[in-house]
Design a protein around this ligand. Structure first.
Ligand SMILES: [Zn+2]
Length: 55
């Protein structure tokens, strides 16, 4: 069951198309929260990881 040839299964974000920036319909841009929470964006917003969640 290996039908994935050269398809990079990187799960491109549907919100920002992998750019990390979401363009709203009104023309404004903002950081993709989805990627942010996923840790795909390595900006100065690493606070999410510092939530202090310890299981
Ligand atoms: Zn995204």
């Amino acid at each position: 069951m290996e039908e994935e040839n050269n398809v990079p299964v990187e799960e491109i974000c549907a919100d920002c198309k992998g750019t990390g920036i979401v363009k709203e319909k009104d023309g404004t841009n903002h950081t993709c929260w989805k990627c942010l929470s996923d840790g795909k964006l390595e900006q100065h917003t690493s606070n999410i990881k510092d939530y202090g969640i310890r299981i």
